[in-house]
Design a protein around this ligand. Structure first.
Ligand code: ANZ
Ligand code: ZN
Length: 817
């Protein structure tokens, strides 16, 4: 279609929308429209927007635009997650200040977002690197501090030798730095932590409320890692205090044949016999260099040293040798375990390596683990276990726990894998921690009225190079201050906060982005929170989402929020890949978003992103067709251009077959959009376009009012994915901008009635019922209908069902058990 010029349409409408500002969320108290909060994960300003952004924001925009069409008061904000290492590295390279690179990139991305026609409320834009924002990170830190949720502690931390900074456990992926890929080391440092472990149980149980992808919930559940078991006290010969171990299998207590202490735990050092010390210390040396992931790997050769000491099994008085090994972690449970090689694989591997005894205490029916080398963790009957003999594993666990409790030797216990969140970073481009260290007074919080503690402006370039301590330490004028308490000489804390702190509450700040009395206006947050739909990448399944949930709960406890969960519904988009592999600069298989837009136009790129498959699937750009998308948009546009009837023409006088297609499309697309099946919704729009074309070409021409009805419906629906084309169609149809607020069409029930088909329902090969069903009924729905039939139920009697064979829409065959 020579009249369809995507570029001209874009230029024209981008300018018009800027004036219309159709997407500002209303704060008018008289506005009683129900509210919806559509949130997209905010971008990091690393250069211009790329294909991954184009996909994510196209998906998020469908919901926001859909809610707009339904007349909701929609909040759909945007901002930038603008603190972080890349800005600092760029500044070192260019001998500049990180803010230069950061804010230049933000402007570039903001322009691209405008071009990309995302339906943002631009008036709420925020940048986490603005003092007006990070001031409230500091304020929140101080509130956490007052509540005992922020604390400083020495301990072993993950250290990235390349970035010269500590990393949270969550930022270590398979032993490597998530950012740069360097092998992570362990260092002993004093650092700030947030006490997320105090919320472990609530983080777990509140997941029930969430409409999130199951795999994300599972990842969070595993990360929190709740397990139930018992703490059991073992006496150590020659030591006054008993040592407690945590076990999920107290029923196997009689099968403990040795005892293992984490080689890097203080206990190992303390109890090691003098004649073993040299060997132990050499071993510990190697262990300290290992990563947690290596240590936990199941298939690793077991290593360890005998400490020359014995523990006493509290239930039978047996002496068992104490070993030090790396497969027991110092920071989990109590850093020591009772080893039951018959029923725990790692213990068995260790026993076989060092020739330690294996004693079966649960008969599972599997081969003898001592011979097979395969531990038997399953259900079975207890043997060699004194009073527990004859019980099952399941009943023995509470029984032995009770017995231990009675004798004061142990108690039921719950453990979490989750560790406290390490938030200190030895980097410049982040939020300064608002604490002052005074020799006399110790840690002194910066008084609220002195916030924000701004970053010094005179550091740049090489001043920011990593050197193990924070670059802020070099800014003497900034570091040396008066103690707010005693007035004596004191020093500012020089660490900055993990940038995940910034992103843990930005979505609340959007509710009142200019609020100056606190992090957010509590009343406004009450009105908008929680987020109805959050769209973003699955790479944030653990870190960001867990932290944001934690912050929300703390703010709830502080009385500042009404909700305990921030994100009701989560949509994870897949990745955009090329020829089967991830796009990357280094392999040179990068598709440039700007080039794609220049070639096909914004709408065709957006439509391609949406049409390629379900949102959560990856999109292989080699397999999709933006040129096909462009052609479809031209066809849709042409339908509108061919309409010759006047606006408001009575559709009822039009072609009834086309009207049926239109109304069925409305009905289906509505349901498909609600179910996030956007790609199928687009397919329906394409079908409607063809149906309208047929009528136009059949001689009736564009004068049939049913064609107008189809074209208007199409324009409104297309506005969710192809806003420029939709707006242009709307104008061609003689309607007033903006189509984005035209209102979602409703299907007329009379036009949805379809001829029905008779479906035969058989039970064990005999016809038992006949159902009148729509010809396009789904397999699942038909199966449900058949199983609900009274006749089928009585034919089945109390027999169960072995199998149901459904051939929609004609036959259902039920095979009884
Ligand atoms: C004896 C036993 C017998 C165990 C058995 C398991 C099976 P989760 O579920 O992850 O909580 N364990 C305890 N503390 C440990 C530590 N610091 N480092 C490594 N392993 C540790 O795992 C709990 C189980 O992991 C505990 O139960 C303990 O081994 C081990 F047939 O105790 B068990
Ligand atoms: Zn002081």
């Amino acid at each position: 279609d020579e009249n369809f010029d995507p570029r001209a349409i874009q230029d024209k409408w981008q300018a018009r929308w800027e004036e219309l500002n159709p997407f500002a969320a209303s704060e008018d108290p008289a506005d009683e429209r129900p509210r919806r909060y559509a949130l997209d994960m905010f971008p990091y300003p690393s250069g211009d927007l790329h294909m991954g952004h184009a996909e994510a924001y196209a998906i998020g925009d469908v919901s926001a635009r859909y809610w707009n069409q339904h007349g909701f008061n929609v909040l759909h904000p945007i901002g930038w997650d603008s603190f972080g290492l890349p800005a600092e590295n760029a500044a070192i390279k260019r001998n500049s200040h990180p803010s230069e690179w950061t804010y230049a990139n933000i402007e570039t991305q903001a322009d691209s977002f405008h071009r990309y026609a995302t339906s943002f409320d631009w008036s709420r834009r925020l940048h986490t690197s603005d003092p007006e924002y990070y001031r409230w990170n500091q304020w929140l830190f101080l509130r956490f501090y007052e509540r005992g949720l922020a604390y400083r502690q020495g301990g072993k931390v993950n250290w990235c030798p390349n970035d010269q900074t500590v990393l949270a456990n969550e930022q270590v992926v398979a032993g490597h730095c998530e950012r740069c890929g360097a092998l992570v080391e362990k260092r002993v440092l004093t650092q700030w932590y947030f006490k997320i472990t105090e919320y472990a149980d609530r983080l777990l149980t509140d997941m029930e409320q969430l409409d999130w992808p199951e795999r994300v919930l599972l990842m969070q559940r595993n990360w929190i890692g709740r397990s139930e078991g018992a703490d059991v006290a073992f006496q150590i010969e020659g030591r006054d205090e008993p040592v407690t171990v945590y076990t999920t299998r107290p029923d196997t207590l009689y099968g403990a044949t040795f005892f293992v202490v984490a080689a890097d735990a203080a206990l190992a050092e303390e109890i090691c016999a003098p004649e073993r010390r040299a060997e132990f210390e050499a071993y510990r040396e190697t262990v300290q260099r290992e990563t947690e992931v290596d240590r936990l790997a199941a298939d690793r050769d077991k290593t360890g040293v005998f400490l020359g000491r014995h523990a006493v099994n509290p239930v039978n008085g047996e002496r068992i040798p104490i070993w030090a090994s790396d497969y027991v972690l110092a920071e989990y449970g109590h850093g020591a375990i009772m080893a039951v090689p018959a029923h725990d694989q790692r213990d068995l591997d260790f026993a076989r390596t060092f020739d330690l005894p294996v004693r079966v205490v649960v008969h599972t029916g599997d081969a003898d683990p001592g011979e097979s080398g395969v531990a038997t963790p399953g259900e079975g009957e207890l043997v060699n276990s004194g009073p527990l003999d004859g019980l099952t594993k399941t009943s023995a666990i509470p029984r032995i726990t009770e017995m231990l409790e009675e004798k004061g030797l142990g108690k039921a216990a719950v453990n979490y894998r989750l560790r406290d969140w390490l938030i200190s970073r030895q980097r410049f481009w982040g939020t300064p921690i608002p604490i002052i260290h005074c020799e006399g007074c110790g840690e002194v919080p910066v008084p609220d009225e002195q916030l924000p503690v701004r970053l010094p402006e005179d550091l740049r370039g090489a001043d920011l190079a990593p050197r193990g301590v924070s670059p802020l330490a070099a800014a003497a004028a900034w570091v040396n201050v008066e103690c707010p308490k005693c007035g004596g000489p004191a020093k500012r804390d020089t660490d900055t906060m993990d940038t995940f702190v910034d992103s843990s509450w930005y979505f609340i700040r959007y509710c009142s982005p200019d609020y100056a009395e606190g992090p957010f206006d509590v009343e406004k947050a009450r009105q908008w929170m929680p987020v109805d739909q959050y769209t973003g990448g699955v790479e944030h399944a653990i870190l960001h989402l867990l932290y944001a949930r934690f912050f929300t709960k703390v703010l709830y406890d502080m009385g500042m929020l009404d909700c305990v969960e921030p994100f009701t519904r989560l949509v994870n988009q897949g990745q955009v890949i090329l020829n089967g592999s991830a796009m990357s600069k280094t392999t040179g298989n990068l598709v440039d978003l700007g080039e794609q837009i220049a070639a096909y136009g914004v709408d065709a790129v957006r439509l391609t992103m949406i049409f390629s498959g379900p949102p959560e699937d990856d999109i292989d750009w080699a397999d999709v067709s933006p040129s096909g998308a462009m052609k479809f948009l031209a066809r849709a546009h042409r339908v509108a251009a061919d309409v010759t009837s006047a606006p408001g023409a009575a559709a009822s006088a039009g072609d009834v077959e086309l009207r049926k297609v239109t109304h069925r499309t409305i009905d289906e697309v509505t349901r498909l959009v609600e179910a996030h099946r956007y790609n199928v919704a687009v397919a329906r729009m394409m079908e409607l376009t063809s149906a309208a074309r047929k009528v136009i070409d059949s001689g009736a021409g564009g004068g049939d009012p049913a064609v107008r009805e189809a074209a208007e419906t199409l324009a409104v629906m297309l506005s969710l994915v192809a806003p420029y084309t939709a707006e242009e169609m709307w104008e061609r149809l003689g309607r007033e901008a903006s189509v984005a607020k035209a209102g979602w069409p409703t299907a007329e029930p009379a036009l949805l009635v379809q001829e029905s088909v008779t479906c035969v329902v058989q039970v064990a090969g005999k016809v038992r019922d006949r159902l009148e069903v729509p010809p396009n009924i789904g397999q699942d729905e038909l199966e449900r209908m058949a199983l609900a039939s009274q006749k089928v139920r009585s034919a089945l009697g109390d027999r169960g069902i072995r199998k149901v064979v459904v051939r929609a829409p004609k036959i259902v065959n039920i095979v009884p058990a």
